[in-house]
Design a protein around this ligand. Structure first.
Ligand code: NAD
Length: 273
């Protein structure tokens, strides 16, 4: 094992998969389900997270994977991870900027330090990752970025100034990269989930900031998104055979939330018909 391997744990039972995906925030939630789904579809996986992705890797024993434990805001960690992936597998086919943090607080109680921290994780880190992987992808003239934004990147939601600004920024970054690199064979798209049942939701609900009913009553389809709903949208945008001319798109995965301007009693009455 080289010195670099002190933060890399290798798991390479199978090197036959043809495509390579890099997923941040892959230890749990949406990132973990995305890793599982892409493994089922034959991708080799570079998994990055603050925590070891041991549970994710245990769920995909046949996939070739490399686990990088570190902070996505740390440029040297990202550069070293990108170099290790390029050395082993070459340019990735898809880089999925999924790691992110929630932050729910009244704007007048949000400090500038809070605001900077949320932007650092949710918006600056995706750019660090894009800067690390884009040179090899542009040189290969193929591949794509999929950025996990939110419907909070398209509309306002009270008490989330920092989070919503970060996700609006991520949508802006996605569209700009699509304009800049689409002509060089590298697509950029975003998925915009509504509320998803993940550990992030568990943490916020444990704080009492909203309930299941607050969310499900707002959604025409009457349920939360599952991590699998979002993973399938990511997999669609990742696959050039399915989405090869889709570039700069924000794919909403929200059960109709943002399409529906009905008042609550009207919305709920539709379920009884
Ligand atoms: N859960 C939702 O309702 C929801 C809705 C819309 C968008 N999203 C977005 O989807 C993405 C994934 O969310 P989730 O619900 O799976 O969250 P989660 O909290 O369950 O998982 C996030 C993962 O990211 C990792 N992570 C966080 N900060 C990191 C850092 N600095 N460096 C490396 N890894 C880091 C965490 O360790 C964790 O494993 C996030 O970007 C989130 O904003 C979530």
């Amino acid at each position: 094992m080289s010195g670099r391997d002190n933060f890399i744990r290798m798991s390479e039972q199978n090197k036959t998969g043809s495509r390579v995906a890099v997923i941040t925030g892959a230890a749990q939630g949406i990132g973990r389900r995305t890793a599982e789904l892409l493994a089922e579809r034959g991708y080799r996986l570079g998994l990055l997270d603050l925590k070891p992705c041991s549970e994710t890797i245990a769920a995909i024993p046949k996939a070739a994977s490399i686990d990088f434990t570190g902070d996505v805001t740390d440029e040297s960690f990202i550069k070293a991870s990108a170099a290790a992936i390029e050395e082993r597998w070459g340019a990735p086919d898809v880089v999925i900027n999924n790691a992110g943090i929630s932050f729910i607080k009244k704007s007048e109680e949000t400090t500038v330090a809070d605001y900077r921290h949320v932007l650092e994780v949710n918006l600056v880190a995706p750019f660090i990752i894009v800067r690390a992987f884009a040179p090899m992808m542009l040189a290969a003239r193929r591949g794509s970025f999929v950025n996990v934004a939110s419907i909070a990147g398209l509309f306002g939601v009270a008490e989330r100034t920092a989070y919503n600004a970060s996700k609006h920024g991520l949508v802006g970054m996605t569209r700009t990269l699509a304009a800049e690199w689409g002509g060089r064979g590298v697509r950029s798209n975003a998925v915009c989930p509504g509320w998803v049942k993940t550990p992030m939701d568990d943490v916020e609900q444990a704080r009492g900031v909203y309930s299941d009913a607050d969310i499900t009553n707002r959604i025409p389809m009457g349920r939360f998104a599952s991590p699998d709903d979002v993973a399938k949208a990511i997999a669609f945008l990742a696959d050039p055979e399915q989405s090869g001319f889709v570039n700069g798109h924000t794919l909403v995965v929200d059960g109709g939330w943002t399409a529906d301007a009905s008042w609550e009693s009207l919305r709920l009455s539709q379920r009884k018909k």
